[in-house]
Write a protein that binds this ligand. Structure first.
Ligand code: F6P
Length: 760
């Protein structure tokens, strides 16, 4: 939830929102009305996004209602309908109460604002208790007479200080507060304060405005913990946070083993934000759900299935139970099958029907039965040189298959038909066409056994297709499609890079699993990345997340992650079927650097949207070419620095002046040369992209997705959203083959069907 805070004072209205550190203000003054405040807010926040508003008003406020007209502004404040005028939920606080809430450090606190008058408020365990103590009698006058500006003038500084301390202690005892915070312009006159009294920052009003929603939510039992997080957004730009805190890059950094390093210091977070996110993970039971996953509980609740891809790469001797039965013997048998077959093909022991070696493998599958292996084979290209060429066909668009087969020969081509269900329309259509292509040359059904193997959980459909049981590589319903590259679905990887490298991939994933299973949240890399994902999607309102590998071999990683994240967490109801309270999965997209720099990075640097980004880069490369890798790494690091720092107007101006520009030309160009900066990124650094590192990286992302789904309380392991289109496609396929004009749909759909049949 994004909050706008307006701190309404006698001379200015100051504004800030959850989306960024920049504060704005406009003039107020004598006679100022609520309608003018609304107009000012609308005029000054047109480019800000927020869901709710907090107003701090210099007047007594009870249960969110203004009780008296403010003495230093105009009329019409009592009974004004702020929510209707602003079109958003609004919380109203007394201005001192808002500042008090921002200064709160827990317990029961009395707040005294020492300005021209005396502001008072009590905050009890995060909840504001309205108080108007200023007009109570004190030494024959009132507290305000003596503690306010008039008292200072009348008493002189020394006596005034003593009277303030005496009065404050009286008030503290009266309201049974544990400590006092004093604030306001005259606080500067105190050098030292007694115990139980401390100085508050005059800038705390905004903090209180954000926390107003936090406090409200924590009072309403069952309120979403996510809603309260906006209060923990940094109020200063990253550039300043780095300048103030030389230790920041060291603290916001996590290493997993000796190969993977994550710098998350360039994210829009402070220590407070990270503490709040870690607390969020605790409150929402991320660790419990993780433990249930590793224990084989059926956490895929709509399909009543365990989620056990971690068993596929369990390299320890630990049993992995599903429904009380250890699945490791089955997993190891399936791995043996992959090993034996991959080695036979790669070493020329498995030959085609004419006795020739297999030179090309075509994997036919889609979604999880394609993206994982296709991405991994690309990622491990330097390890593929001594194996068969492996191609991937997924699209039902016949061009994909036709283009792939054009240069291949049936006698030396092996097809791996990969489908968990073995009913997926696209895969089956491609598999049938591949078989027809093969038989048109081989002319012998018996030859199929040498050239077609199946990877599936569905033995019945595999046999019905004509593939013998011994040529079927199995996996199980507790492996989700998008989590399946570690299973028999990884056969094309083993064929391409060899079983030894495939095992190293599993080793790397297992190392990450162990880290995810055992590291405390504060140092748990996937959990931290997941929490940052929630932070941007649900709290700061980012719509999308960019994945930017500075590694050509990871060019298919963004596509793989699109399925992993968006199919897992693109959900609108929680595990109980109730609508979720915030946005879930962001749109995931990306391209390898440096290509992206010359395409869409303009928008990242100077566009209007908040986009979180992951930069991935290796310390070493396989390229063997002089200088290229240094250029690549320099670009990667430079982009993260540029996004974070930006370039201020003054810097842009100075730069242009140094180039000799002046006058109108200078003024005109400056705004175009400004980079707002403060744009977040995470940098994931690995030593060198090999199978083990790849396994770690992919498991890192899997568990990031897990963490996000757990916080949102959604089922990350089903995908009902893909079904409707599949259903309708079947009907429309029938319509396309029919002879009568299409009539069973809306006008647009009917017309498109007729157009496709060339009936229009
Ligand atoms: O349509 C979505 C989906 O079910 C994915 O979840 C899955 O990875 C893909 O289709 C392929 O499914 P299968 O492996 O059963 O062919």
């Amino acid at each position: 939830m994004r909050v706008l805070v307006a701190d309404i004072g006698g001379t200015h209205v100051k504004l800030m929102h959850s989306g960024g550190p920049e504060a704005r203000k406009f003039d107020s003054g004598d006679g100022f009305t609520p309608a003018q405040v609304v107009a000012g807010i609308n005029a000054h926040t047109a480019d800000w996004q927020y869901d709710v508003v907090t107003l701090g008003i210099p007047s007594p406020v009870l249960r969110g209602k203004v009780m008296e007209e403010p003495w230093n502004l105009g009329k019409g404040w009592v009974d004004f309908d702020w929510a209707a005028a602003l079109g958003k939920p609004v919380k109203i606080l007394n201005d001192a109460a808002m500042q008090a809430l921002g200064s709160d450090e827990g317990g029961r606190m009395l707040f005294l604002g020492l300005g021209s008058g005396l502001g008072t408020a009590l905050v009890d365990d995060g909840r504001v208790v309205p108080l108007e103590l200023a007009h109570l009698p004190f030494k024959d006058q009132t507290f305000e007479d003596l503690l306010g500006q008039r008292g200072l003038k009348a008493l002189g500084e020394d006596r005034w200080r003593a009277v303030v301390l005496e009065g404050a202690e009286l008030l503290r005892a009266a309201v049974a507060a544990e400590y006092i915070v004093i604030c306001g312009g005259n606080v500067r006159l105190f050098d030292q304060l007694p115990p139980r009294m401390r100085r508050g920052g005059n800038d705390k009003a905004f903090e209180g405005g954000f926390r107003a929603w936090d406090a409200a939510e924590s009072i309403v039992a069952g309120g979403s913990p996510l809603r309260s997080l906006a209060a923990f957004a940094p109020r200063e730009p990253l550039r300043d946070l780095f300048a103030q805190d030389p230790d920041r890059a060291r603290r916001f950094f996590v290493a997993v083993g000796k190969h993977l390093f994550i710098d998350y210091s360039k994210n829009l977070v402070t220590d407070d934000s990270m503490r709040a996110l870690v607390e969020l993970a605790r409150k929402t039971g991320v660790e419990t759900l993780r433990d249930r996953m590793f224990a084989g509980d059926p956490i895929n609740s709509t399909e009543h299935r365990a989620v056990m891809h971690v068993a596929l790469r369990n390299r320890s001797a630990r049993p992995m139970p599903v429904n009380g039965r250890d699945v490791m013997p089955d997993v190891n048998a399936a791995l043996d099958h992959i090993r034996a077959f991959a080695e036979a093909v790669r070493h020329g022991k498995w030959l085609g029907y004419t006795g020739l070696r297999i030179t090309d493998v075509v994997n036919i599958g889609i979604g999880g039965s394609d993206l994982g292996p296709a991405m991994a084979v690309d990622a491990l290209r330097p390890y593929t040189l001594d194996g068969p060429r492996v191609h991937f066909v997924s699209n039902v668009d016949g061009n994909h298959l036709a283009d792939t087969l054009r240069t291949l020969h049936p006698a030396t081509t092996l097809f791996t038909i990969a489908s968990k269900t073995f009913t997926t329309q696209e895969t089956m259509a491609n598999a049938r066409s591949a078989r027809a292509w093969f038989l048109s040359r081989a002319k012998d059904e018996a030859a199929i056994a040498k050239h077609f193997v199946a990877i599936s959980t569905n033995a019945r459909e595999v046999t019905a297709f004509g593939i013998a049981a011994e040529n079927m590589f199995v996996f199980w319903d507790w492996v989700g499609g998008r989590y399946s590259l570690w299973s028999s679905i990884g056969l094309p990887i083993a064929l391409a890079v060899g079983y030894g490298h495939f095992e190293q991939l599993l080793d790397g994933a297992h190392e990450m699993d162990e880290h995810f299973r055992t590291a405390p949240i504060e140092q748990n890399a996937p959990m931290l990345l997941g929490l940052l994902g929630v932070w941007y999607a649900s709290v700061l309102g980012a719509e999308s997340h960019a994945v930017l590998p500075y590694e050509q071999h990871l060019q298919r990683l963004p596509a793989f992650l699109q399925q992993l994240e968006m199919e897992s967490n693109g959900k609108r109801v929680d595990r109980d079927g109730k609508p979720v309270e915030s946005h879930t999965s962001p749109v995931v997209w990306g391209e390898p650097g440096t290509n992206g720099q010359h395409a869409f990075f303009q928008l990242l640097h100077q566009g209007t949207r908040l986009i979180s980004a992951d930069f991935l880069v290796g310390i070493h490369s396989h390229d063997g070419l002089p200088d290229h890798h240094r250029l690549l790494v320099a670009n990667c690091i430079a982009q993260t620095e540029a996004l974070m720092r930006g370039k201020t107007e003054a810097e842009a101006r100075a730069e242009l002046e140094a180039q000799g520009l002046s006058g109108a030309a200078l003024t005109q160009l400056v705004p175009h040369k400004v980079f707002p900066g403060n744009r977040p990124s995470t940098t994931i650094v690995y030593r060198k992209l090999g199978p083990r590192t790849l396994g770690m990286l992919l498991a890192l992302y899997e568990h990031r997705v897990f963490t996000m789904g757990a916080v949102w309380n959604i089922n990350s392991f089903d995908q009902w959203g893909v079904e409707l289109g599949k259903q309708l496609a079947k009907t429309i396929e029938g319509d396309l083959g029919g002879t009568r004009p299409a009539a069973g749909h809306d006008a647009s759909t009917n017309r498109l069907i007729d157009l496709a049949r060339e009936r229009e």
